[in-house]
Design a binder for this molecule. Structure first.
Ligand code: TXA
Ligand code: MG
Length: 315
C-alpha cells in the first residue's frame, strides 16, 4: 500500500477533510493529548483492518475507541457506577475505560478483537474534540507508529513511520501528556490494566478505594504483556547512575549531569513524560543507551512501564 499522505492543518478545512477521509474508510492520524492516534471509522471493518496492516500490528490487541463525549460512549459500552464516576471525573482526559460492549454498538469485531468488552476514551484537546465532533462517529485509534516502535508525539514522528501508508495526518503540534492513556477495566472491581498519562493515585482518590492490578499471565490484554514494545533501535540499560563509556545517557533529575539528553533536569515527572518518546527517538543511534533511575510513583509508573518494555529482549 503506497499513497500520498496528506498533511492537514487543524483548521476548519483540514478537519473537514479529515472527517471526510474517515467516512470514506481511510486512515487519518490525529493528535490527542497523550500521543498521536491512527484513526479509522470503528464501524467499518476494512478500515479497521487497514490499521493493523499499516502498523504491522499483532492482531490479538484490541483497539481503543475514541468518542467526543460520555453520551456517545454510552452508545457503545455499558457503564456501571464506578465506570460512570470515573468518566465523570476524568473525561475528557488520558483515561481509557474497558467496559462491557453493548449488543447494538455497531463496531467492527476487529476493534474489540472479538471480545465482549470495549476500551473507550474521550480524549481532551481542541483538535481531537473538533475532529470527533465533526466526524460524528466512533474512531478506533492505536498510537500512530509501526508496531513495537516508539509512540509519536508530533506529526513528524507519525510521518517517520507511516508516510505513504496512511491517507493523512492532522498536525496539531506536540502532544501535551506524552504517554498513552491509563487503562482501567471497570467491571466488578476496577482494575489497572495499563499505567499511563493519568496517575493511578488520582483514580484511587476518585474511587475512594484501591485499584486491583492486572493478573500476571499469558493473555495479552494490555500492551504490558507484550515483551518488547515502544523500542528504539539501540539497546537500553535502565536504572543507571554511572553510564559505561560509549553509552549515551538519557538522564532524569539534577544528578544526571553527564546526560546526552535529560528528560527533566529539575526532576519533574510530568515534564519527563511529555519528553519521553521524542527523546528516545532523538537519542537513538549506533551507541547503546543508558537511562537514569525514574521514581516509581505518579507518572513515573507509566514512564517505567514503557522503559522496561523498550529495554526488553527483542524478538
Ligand atoms: O493514549 C492512548 O491510549 C492512545 C491514543 C491514540 O488514544 N492509544 C493507544 O492505543 O495507546 P493502543 O492501541 O496502543 O493501546 C490499546 C490497548 C490495547 O493494547 C489493549 O491492551 C487495551 O488498549 N484494550 C483495548 N480494548 C481492550 C479490551 N476490550 N480489553 C482489554 N484491553 C483492551
Ligand atoms: Mg502503541
Amino acid at each position: 500500500m503506497s499513497q500520498v499522505t496528506e498533511r492537514l492543518d487543524p483548521d476548519d478545512a483540514g478537519l473537514a477533510r479529515a472527517a471526510q477521509l474517515l467516512a470514506q474508510g481511510q486512515l487519518v492520524a490525529f493528535p490527542t493529548e497523550t500521543v498521536y492516534g491512527l484513526g479509522a471509522d470503528a464501524r467499518q471493518g476494512e478500515a479497521v483492518a487497514h490499521i493493523f496492516e499499516a502498523k504491522g500490528r499483532p492482531r490479538f490487541n484490541p483497539l481503543i475507541v475514541h468518542v467526543a463525549d460520555f453520551e456517545a460512549a454510552q452508545q457503545i459500552g455499558r457503564f456501571n457506577a464506578d465506570a460512570a464516576a470515573l468518566a465523570d471525573a476524568f473525561w475528557p482526559g488520558p483515561l481509557t475505560l474497558v467496559v462491557p460492549l453493548r449488543d447494538d454498538a455497531g463496531l467492527s469485531d476487529l476493534v474489540t478483537a472479538g471480545l465482549q468488552t470495549v476500551g473507550i476514551r474521550v480524549p481532551a484537546g481542541a483538535v481531537s474534540q473538533a475532529l470527533l465532533n465533526g466526524f460524528g462517529g466512533p474512531v478506533a485509534a492505536p498510537s500512530a507508529n509501526p508496531s513495537g516502535k516508539v509512540s509519536p508525539t508530533e506529526a513528524a514522528h507519525v510521518l517517520d513511520g507511516l508516510d505513504g501508508r496512511i491517507a493523512a495526518v492532522v498536525d496539531g503540534g506536540a502532544a501535551k501528556v506524552g504517554v498513552e492513556s491509563t487503562i482501567v477495566g471497570a467491571f466488578d472491581h476496577p482494575r489497572l490494566l495499563r499505567p499511563g498519562g493519568l496517575p493511578a493515585e488520582a483514580i484511587e482518590d476518585a474511587l475512594g478505594r484501591p485499584l486491583a492490578h492486572a493478573p500476571a499471565g499469558p493473555t495479552p490484554n494490555a500492551p504490558g504483556q507484550l515483551a518488547s514494545h515502544y523500542a528504539p533501535n539501540a539497546p537500553l540499560r535502565l536504572n543507571v547512575t554511572h553510564p559505561r563509556s560509549g553509552e549515551r545517557l538519557l538522564g532524569f533529575g539534577p544528578a544526571a549531569e553527564r546526560a546526552t539528553l535529560n528528560l527533566s533536569p529539575s526532576g519533574d515527572l510530568v515534564e519527563a513524560a511529555a519528553n519521553l518518546f521524542a527523546f528516545l527517538r532523538r537519542i537513538d543511534g549506533p551507541s547503546p543507551i543508558a537511562v537514569s533511575p525514574i521514581p516509581d510513583h505518579g507518572l513515573g509508573r507509566a514512564i517505567n512501564d514503557r522503559l522496561v518494555r523498550a529495554a526488553a529482549p527483542r524478538n
